[in-house]
Design a protein around this ligand. Structure first.
Ligand code: ATP
Length: 239
């Protein structure tokens, strides 16, 4: 069953059509990888799914319900969690407080339950040693981890990950992939925008490639990566 269906969504900023008639379905439990050159419209697509931006045309259906008119917090309460490309923690709050806040306001948990959630996710994401540190003072890897942890604390059924491996070293990216595998094994449906292709390929069941706001290719990862048009546009390889 499809957890998310985009029906011909479009979005323009001024004269620029950033999302151009994109239709897409994501099955429950699936990990969909999203690729595309810089400025192709990948993050905008996430914004249309999470409600951070409104579609100009088309519909967003989540868990069988039309959520097109819902605000971001309502979509979050319904189970759509996301990370941002530039981590957005509450910098003056501790790591633990950031997670409690996400659990309270995202997953609508009471204080006690939110504390338990925060503990559980600290353990899952390796952030326990930093629980009491101000989020603003974390290293890049730990800020990325916290971005993932905050999204997890909202208890998503659908998790949107925006370039979570960008800027990490090779061993750090590997570690992150292992964490994402565990999340996937727990049944969370994921859409992952990522330029670190080998990380994406180690997890994605399917790829969706965007160029100039339009779908360029979609399908089984290896087939998509060997598509001459994808190689030309995304990797600069002449067909
Ligand atoms: N709120 C906005 N107002 C005006 N233009 C915008 C806005 N958001 C995005 N854009 C423009 O839309 C285009 C697509 O941006 P988007 O961030 O979706 O691309 P992307 O594929 O995620 O890029 P990257 O890989 O560099 O993160 C860019 O030209 C960007 O400048």
């Amino acid at each position: 069953m499809s957890l998310l269906v985009l029906h011909a969504v479009s979005k323009s900023y001024g004269a620029l059509k950033v999302t151009d008639d994109i239709s897409l379905a994501v099955t429950e439990g699936e990990t969909l990888g999203i690729l595309g050159p810089n400025g192709a419209g990948k993050t905008t697509l996430f914004n249309l799914i999470s409600g951070d931006a409104r579609v100009d045309a088309g519909r967003v259906e989540y868990d069988g319900v039309d959520v097109t008119a819902l605000k971001p917090h309502q979509r979050c309460h319904a189970g759509i969690g996301r990370s941002y490309q530039v981590p957005q923690p509450f910098g003056n709050m501790s790591v633990f407080e950031n997670l409690v806040t996400a659990a309270c306001f995202g997953a609508q948990e009471g204080e006690q339950e939110a504390w338990q959630t925060a503990h559980e996710i600290l353990a899952q994401t390796g952030l326990m040693p930093h629980a009491n540190r101000p989020a603003g003072g974390l290293t890049l890897l730990d800020r990325k981890r916290l971005e993932l942890a905050r999204a997890l604390a909202t208890r998503p059924k659908l998790l949107l990950l925006d370039e979570i491996a960008g800027g990490l070293t090779e061993p750090e990216a590997k570690q992150l992939v292992e964490e994402l595998k565990q999340i996937k094994a727990r049944g969370v449906t994921m859409i992952w925008i990522e330029h670190v292709v080998h990380a994406l390929l180690s997890l994605a069941d399917r790829l969706f490639v965007i160029n100039f706001g339009q779908k360029l290719a979609e399908g089984e990862p290896r087939a998509v990566m060997s598509d001459p048009e994808v190689r030309r546009v995304y990797m600069g390889v002449e067909a």
